[in-house]
Design a protein around this ligand. Structure first.
Ligand code: SF4
Length: 366
């Protein structure tokens, strides 16, 4: 396994205990080649998309780990690998000491109760032909958590109340609710199996800003009350900052920086992290110098050699063009994969004030 650009997450020290989830050397490649006959006739080579290319991180019980990056960086593939919707090409995913990577559906069944996912589009993830009470009761029945129709109905009512809906809403169908209410139903369904770990893949991106804040605050309240652990995936940096304890930044299938949220947002090290942060509006009009957003994300099927960020990086030199950087620990509990940071060529922060709070979101950082 190449060590290039693999970040060992500095992790779970501080107010959190031992690692609940540990991801090591995780890779997922997709064969996106044209059909065999077309390839032979057109003399085309096989094409392999390295969606996730050797990432390491860990998440402690009760912690929220945010994963950010531009569209196509592989963050949603990480989510799907963790809940078993994809099998990995290589690497391990350890949940409380047990490797769950590549388990069959049957082997995964007992783990699935503990590990649930909340999707971006709540409408697509809810069966439109089922009443809400049946949608929420399904995992309760599947995992045999409560027996008897009356007890199940009571539990469904409790879950609806828990997420801010009325128990009578159980009689309705998903199309009778707004987007925010549907996401509440998705959360109630995820909680129905009494999970310990929630993978949240862009859970608020399809919602209006004011509704986003309500859902984020609900998720944080639930985490406090139920001791949940979150992997929170989003392209919205301000949201990630306010909900996460630590953040990992992904670029073309690799983690380029992992740091506690405050450190990452006030003292970003990796040029890509700085580029992403510079897209957040400077509402205080501080006039701070911004790093220009340069170029497009390269084709992930043919990523650039060396550091895959080098075509867009203003600090790139000859070494960057041939040698992939290794992850190195830096101050503030962060880890960065960048030759420029290692050589002291990239100026370090602080360059930013933390991002403004999205309307109505209570920050974990006070
Ligand atoms: Fe990559 Fe070099 Fe830029 Fe660091 S300085 S991000 S290694 S191109």
């Amino acid at each position: 396994m190449s060590e290039a650009a693999v970040i060992k997450s500095p992790s779970t020290e501080g107010r959190f205990g031992h690692a609940m989830l540990k991801v090591e050397g995780l890779r997922r490649y997709f064969d996106v080649s044209a059909p065999w006959l077309n390839r032979v006739i057109g003399r085309q080579p096989r094409q392999i998309l390295k969606a996730v290319d050797g990432i390491d991180f860990e998440i402690a019980r009760g912690e929220t780990f945010g994963l950010v990056g531009e569209s196509g960086c592989g963050k949603s593939t990480v989510a799907r690998l963790i809940v078993g919707l994809h099998g990995p090409t290589d690497g391990s995913i350890t949940l409380e000491g047990r490797n769950i990577a590549g388990l069959t559906r049957r082997q995964m069944a007992p783990m699935r109760r503990r590990l649930q996912m909340i999707f971006q589009d709540p409408y697509a993830s809810l069966n439109p032909r089922w009443r809400v009470r049946d949608i929420i009761a399904e995992p309760i029945r599947a995992f045999d958590l409560v027996s008897g129709d009356q007890a199940i109905a009571t539990r469904v009512g409790e879950l609806l109340t828990f997420v801010g809906l009325n128990p009578l809403d159980g009689e309705k169908f998903p199309h009778e609710f707004s987007g925010g209410q549907r996401q509440r139903i998705s959360i109630a369904r995820a909680l129905a199996s009494e999970p310990e770990f929630l993978v949240c893949d862009e859970p608020t991106s399809a919602l209006d800003v004011s509704v986003q804040a309500q859902i984020l605050n609900l998720m944080k309240d639930l985490q406090r009350e139920l001791g949940l652990t979150y992997l929170f995936i989003s392209h919205n940096l301000a949201v990630v900052y306010h909900i996460s304890d630590r953040v990992g930044v992904m670029y073309l299938g690799k983690l380029v920086e992992v740091a506690p949220s405050k450190t990452l947002f006030t003292t970003p090290r990796h040029p890509y992290t700085r580029m992403l942060l510079d897209t957040i509006p400077d509402l205080d009009m501080t006039g701070r110098e911004r790093m220009p957003v340069a170029g497009e994300v390269p084709n992930p099927i043919t990523p650039p050699p060396g550091c895959s960020f080098h075509p867009r990086c203003p600090f790139a030199n000859d070494r960057c063009r041939v040698e992939a950087p290794k992850a190195l620990p830096v101050s503030g509990g962060a880890t960065v994969a960048c030759h420029g940071v290692e050589e002291g060529r990239v100026p370090s922060g602080p360059i930013l004030a933390p991002p403004p709070k999205p309307d109505g979101v209570a920050s974990v950082h006070g």
